[in-house]
Each structure stands twice: as C-alpha cells, then as structure tokens.
Design a protein around this ligand. Structure first.
Ligand code: CU
Length: 134
C-alpha cells in the first residue's frame, strides 16, 4: 500500500514535466527586431538558436554556430560564410548583437553553419526579417 501511494505521488510529481516537454525548436529565429518594425540605430538583434537535438541540427557537429546575415542573401550550400560587417559569426553562442546601421530599410537573417563556417544543405535558418532604421 505504501509503495502504491509512493508511485502515485511520483506520477503526479512527474506529470507537469511530461506535459512541458515539447518538440525541439527546429529552426533558429530572430526575436528582434520584428518584421516591419521601425527602430533606432544602434539596433540590437536578438536570436534564438535551433535546439541542438532538432532534426536540422543532426550532423552539424560540435562548434556549429549561428551566422547573422545583414542586408545579405543566404549563401548556397557548401559555401563558407565571409567574416565582415554584413556576416556576423555568433561563435560563442551569443544570442544578441548590436548593429550600427544607416537610416533606411534593412534585413537580417540567421543560419546555422559548421565550426568551419560552412553552410550545409538544409541548414536550419530563420525567416528574413525586414525593418526600417529611422
Ligand atoms: Cu562562423
């Protein structure tokens, strides 16, 4: 009887954990700025990486990291990401970076790349976000 009660209590204790489990986030996302926003420079871009155990991250290897593309198109698979003001490597797991941008329309997008900064076929990536700097 005591064991049965303990098992029931254990089940109740674990229930919220099971309910909170969700599928891993498959794609990274840009949290800010939001699509269509008007913002002042410097612009803080915040991102959410794809979960490491999501299907798209399988085979990316350790050291995979997000690449923030500013006013730039995503590269084709097999390309190496340049390292300049328009291609920012978030190599240390950063989830925010600040950009100084002139007034006007700009875009940002993030894509996962390998430790060697290479984009693989089907690499997880965010939607393109277009915003205005006032
Ligand atoms: Cu890189």
């Amino acid at each position: 009887m005591r064991t049965a009660t303990a098992l029931i209590l254990l089940g109740l204790a674990l229930a919220p954990v099971a309910a909170a489990q969700q599928a891993p986030t498959a794609q990274p996302a840009i949290l800010s700025p939001t699509e269509g926003a008007t913002v002042a420079s410097p612009v803080t871009v915040t991102v959410k990486p794809a979960d490491a155990d999501s299907p798209g991250m399988a085979g990316m290897g350790s050291g995979a990291h997000l690449h923030l593309f500013v006013d730039s198109k995503l590269p084709t698979a097999g390309s190496m990401v340049p390292m300049d003001a328009r291609h920012i490597h978030l190599q240390h797991g950063e989830t925010a970076t600040t950009l100084s941008l002139p007034p006007g329309r700009h875009t940002v997008q993030v894509i996962e790349g390998t430790m060697g900064h290479t984009i693989t076929a089907g690499a997880p990536h965010s939607d393109l976000v277009t915003f205005e700097v006032k």
